[in-house]
Design a protein around this ligand. Sequence first.
Ligand code: KIV
Ligand code: ZN
Length: 389
Amino acid sequence: MSNDNRVIIFDTTLRDGEQSPGASMTRDEKLRVAKQLEKMRVDVIEAGFAIASPGDFESVKTIAEAVTESRVCSLSRALDADIDRAGEALQNAAMGRIHTFIATSPIHMKYKLQMEPDQVVEQAVKAVTRARNLIDDVEFSLEDASRSELDFMCRIIEKVIDAGASTINIPDTVGYAVPEEFAHTIGQLVQRIPNADKAIFSVHCHNDLGLAVANSLAAVGAGARQVECTINGLGERAGNASLEEIVMAIRTRKDTLGLETNIDTTQIVPASRLVSSVTGFPVQPNKAIVGANAFAHESGIHQDGVLKHRETYEIMTAQDVGWNTNRMVLGKHSGRAAFRSRLEELGTTFATDSELNNAFSRFKDLADKKHEIFDEDLVALVSDTRAEA
Ligand code: KIV
Ligand code: ZN
């Protein structure tokens, strides 16, 4: 596959993820997460917001010094002091990036920035120019892009590319976009901006309507080649697009989408566990890819299918994403095939069909009373059945 089809994975767990209320991490915790992201072959790690606090500065600096295989990035507003602080934190990075941003939507410019659009353009160009004097890799984000005017975005993007930004990020800051419309916006930007080919277009989607992954994939279909995302979808409010979902969608639908990433997908579950344990944010059981039930089958029909051919009910393997195995969970919806198969794994075989049927009917009675039947329950149940026979 040519490079044009490679989607750059930009992880912002340590910056936007950490902005999730209650998710703050110490420097050492951030370093552990960054090393895991590097091991997973994430292309860009946004390590923090250097000016936000002395601790965040130290985290960005420490990560920039310890990580050599991924590019390390610091966020900065389009302000001199922010940019200089980011540059200082990244001084010793093997590969560094300053990510500077300013809001471009009418509501943000009028009420938050209290600036005229022309002033915003001027400040953006000044920020990118200053950042480029400190580092050779600069990303520029148009905050609240999905509520910004297309003509204005074209104007500011053309200018910041001329000033040296090599990545242009289009955030759906408030999770307002819907896939078709968002894809249209990205397609228009790529087509209309005369120097668009000098930069990589990126997207950064929030999940307020549960559409962050869908919007990101739609944008990639329209020409974006960097996706900003977080482990477990951690992030402000309802979170950011989830890294594991983006990466596995691209991999699982490779033939249809024609895209690829450089991620070692077997490191996904270890990364998810680590982020969950350092932040104290549990992963919901039915979370795609990394939830405890993502590769578990309970119903008899599904279990029977998977035992005959895994792909009847699985579109990827548990091992692909770092689980040891898929799981057959025995409960009231389970069937004879899974019951017998689990007992065989535990070393118990049935001499006759009637012995199996007896044990299975006791199992169903128990399953009506218990959510999940464990191996110890099965062993006890079979020995009771045999004792009474
Ligand atoms: O959501 C957002 O707009 C951001 C930017 C700073 C990239 O996080
Ligand atoms: Zn964000």
